[in-house]
Design a protein around this ligand. Structure first.
Ligand code: 173
Length: 322
């Protein structure tokens, strides 16, 4: 049986092997976000572009999302060279590089961060701490929200248990919430079982895994910015030639160039769907609004200063100018 399968396998892969030239590099890629969902799609477009333009020179083999590897493991796997390429947010590899949290707190536009040395610093930190070449980022201009199953009247989360990731941990803690840290794949079950009365998530994506069925409120205003990073293992990057690197770099530039506009239309579309799904907006105004936004920023920067004292001030200056 095993023998027959091996022969069959060899027969199936033989044409593919023949068409690949000796020069073609293959990169094994994993996404921390489930295939086909909001924060995997820009990466999937990136892969399609590379595989089209890189025909015969470079090919990305997309192994898959969280079914292939738990999201919080993707950073380690990239660092160790178990995989060659990753699509993940810095929150999911904060054990390696807590400095990554600065990007969600940025108030400057990404083009400015690219130009003013902020990106170069983040790239150096990725090289040193994640053993990875930083190709680019998607999710710019995509903010986060708190979503709830119960109504609240003020920025006060005492008595509530909220699903978090490292993105919202300091903020929701400062407002008195109890927190449960989970990967996205566990949010639905946590809501269904009533283990949590809410969750943090971007403006886009709550429909992807059915969470809207268990969501009654969205809290406004939104806060922070999404960053999902596309990274290549350093040793693998070093073995690519200039042409192969240029194909990856160009595809990452094109990914970043489309982001602000893609975010704007995606936010509008998902807000409209939320209205249709009767998800009501709890809108903080006046002092409540100011406090909500100030606690978000202050808690985030304080946490960064604690977790990454060496680089926090410089990152803050380059990414937010404060
Ligand atoms: O899991 C999360 O809530 C999270 O941290 C995140 C980060 C970027 C995009 C989507 C979710």
């Amino acid at each position: 049986m095993i023998h027959r399968r091996l022969i069959l396998g060899a027969a199936l892969t033989a044409p593919a092997l023949r068409s690949a030239t000796a020069q073609e590099a293959t990169l094994r890629a994993v996404s921390a976000f489930q295939e086909g969902t909001a924060f995997a799609r820009p990466f999937e477009t990136f892969i399609a572009r590379v595989n089209e333009e890189g025909r015969g020179k470079i090919r990305i083999n997309f192994i898959g999302g969280p079914r292939a590897m738990p999201p919080f493991e993707v950073g380690n796997a990239l660092r160790n060279g178990v995989i060659d390429m990753a699509n993940s947010t810095a929150a999911f590899y904060e054990n390696l590089m807590p400095e990554g949290a600065a990007t969600k707190l940025a108030t400057k536009d990404w083009a400015e961060v690219r130009a003013n040395g902020g990106f170069a610093l983040l790239a150096r930190l990725h090289a040193e701490k994640v053993n990875a070449h930083y190709l680019g980022r998607h999710g710019d201009k995509m903010p986060f929200h708190l979503y709830l199953t119960r109504e609240i009247g003020a920025p006060d989360l005492r008595g509530l248990t909220i699903r978090t990731s490292p993105v919202y941990r300091a903020f929701f803690t400062a407002l008195g919430a109890n927190l449960v840290n989970t990967a996205p794949g566990e949010v639905f079950t946590a809501l269904e079982r009533g283990v949590v009365q809410g969750y943090g998530w971007p403006a886009q994506g709550i429909f992807d895994l059915g969470w809207h069925e268990r969501t009654r409120f969205r809290v406004d205003p939104s806060f922070y910015r999404v960053e999902v990073n596309v990274l290549v293992n350093n040793a693998r990057w070093a073995r690519l030639n200039d042409e192969q690197r240029a194909i990856l770099t160009r595809a990452a530039e094109e990914m970043e160039a489309g982001e602000a506009e893609r975010s704007r239309t995606a936010i509008e579309a998902d807000y409209a769907r939320m209205r249709e799904a009767n998800i009501r907006v709890i809108e903080f105004t006046g002092e409540n609004r100011d406090r909500w936004l100030k606690v978000a920023q202050d808690a985030g920067w304080d946490e960064l200063a604690r977790n990454a004292p060496q680089h926090a001030a410089e990152l803050r200056r380059l990414l937010s100018g404060t």
